[in-house]
Design a binder for this molecule. Structure first.
Ligand SMILES: O=C(O)CCC(=O)C(=O)O
Length: 251
C-alpha cells in the first residue's frame, strides 16, 4: 500500500534473466487467484542487507534524506498508522545504494514482467512497513488500486511483497483474499480515525483469507485489485515487510 508519488525511472533496463524461472503455472495461478507465492526468489542474505538499511534509517544510523522515514501515518494522535513504521523513497533514483540495488533486482523485475506478460514493466515505488510486537499496528483491508487507479489509466501493475524477517500469522504478516481481484474496485473510507490508511467499507469474507507465511527470499506477488491487509503483530518477533510495486505506465 502506498500513495502515489514520483515514479521511478531506472537508469538501466537490464534484460533480466531469472535464476528462478516463473513457470506458466505460476502465471496461471496469479491470474486465477490474484496472487502467487514464489519461494527463494532471491538470496536471504540480501534480505538481511536490506533490513539493515531499513532499520538503520529508522534508527538514524544511515542517512534518510530523500525518504519518508518514521511513522507511516501520523495525521492525529489517534491515527492507527502511528504504530507502523515505514521507509519509503520520496526521490528517485533512490539515494540509498542497497535499496536502489534491490529496486533493480533482476529476479524480482523478471518475475513481475512474466506475471504481467509484458517487457515494458518497471518498479515505481518501494515501501518497508515495520510492525513491532504487541502494538496496535493493523494494516486495514484495501486494494492497491484504490491508491493507484491503474485500471482507470489503462495500465497494469503488480505488487511484490517480501518479509525481511520470517513472517507468520502470529506476527502480523499480510493476508490476502484469493480471487478478490475479480470483484472490481471496492469503496474505501477512513479506517478508524483520520489516517492516510483507508479501508474497504463493505464487510469482506474473512473466512477465506490466506496468511502469507514466508521466509526472507520468498516473495508474494499480488494483483492491484486483490484485497489484502494485515492484523496487528501479536507475536514475539518483529515483522518487517517490504513491498515493491511494478507497472508499465508512463509518468
Ligand atoms: O505490509 C503490509 O502488511 C501491507 C503492505 C501492502 O499493503 C502492500 O504491499 O500492498
Amino acid at each position: 500500500m502506498t500513495s502515489m508519488s514520483t515514479p521511478y525511472h531506472p537508469s538501466t533496463h537490464a534484460a533480466a534473466t531469472s535464476a528462478v524461472p516463473i513457470t506458466a503455472d505460476d502465471v496461471a495461478s496469479y491470474e486465477e487467484e490474484g496472487y502467487v507465492i514464489i519461494r527463494r526468489l532471491f538470496d536471504p542474505a540480501l534480505a538481511a542487507e536490506v533490513r539493515e538499511r531499513v532499520d538503520g534509517m529508522l534508527a538514524g544510523r544511515y542517512p534518510s534524506e530523500g525518504f519518508k522515514c518514521g511513522r507511516a501515518s501520523d495525521q492525529r494522535p489517534d491515527d492507527p498508522g502511528r504504530m507502523i513504521f515505514q521507509v519509503m523513497p520520496a526521490e528517485f533514483p533512490i539515494r540509498d545504494p542497497v535499496l536502489r540495488a534491490f529496486a533493480e533486482n533482476a529476479n524480482l523485475l523478471d518475475a513481475a514482467r512474466r506475471l504481467l506478460r509484458r517487457t515494458d514493466v518497471r518498479m515505481f515505488q518501494q515501501q518497508a512497513l515495520v510492525k513491532e510486537p504487541g502494538a496496535a499496528n493493523a494494516i486495514p483491508w484495501h486494494q492497491d488500486d484504490h491508491y493507484w487507479r491503474t485500471g482507470e489509466r489503462g495500465s497494469v501493475a503488480v505488487t511484490a511483497w517480501t518479509p525481511l524477517l520470517p513472517a507468520t500469522a502470529a506476527n502480523g504478516t499480510m493476508w490476502l483474499l484469493p480471487a478478490s481481484h475479480r470483484q472490481g474496485l471496492q469503496r474505501h473510507g477512513p479506517a478508524g480515525g483520520v489516517s492516510l490508511f483507508q479501508t474497504i467499507v463493505e464487510p469482506i469474507d474473512d473466512s477465506r483469507l490466506v496468511p502469507l507465511e514466508l521466509d526472507p527470499g520468498d516473495v508474494s506477488f499480488h494483483h492491484p485489485l486483490t484485497i489484502h491487509g494485515a492484523p496487528p503483530n501479536t507475536g514475539r518477533l518483529r515483522r518487517v515487510g517490504f513491498a515493491q510495486h511494478y507497472w508499465n505506465s508512463p509518468p
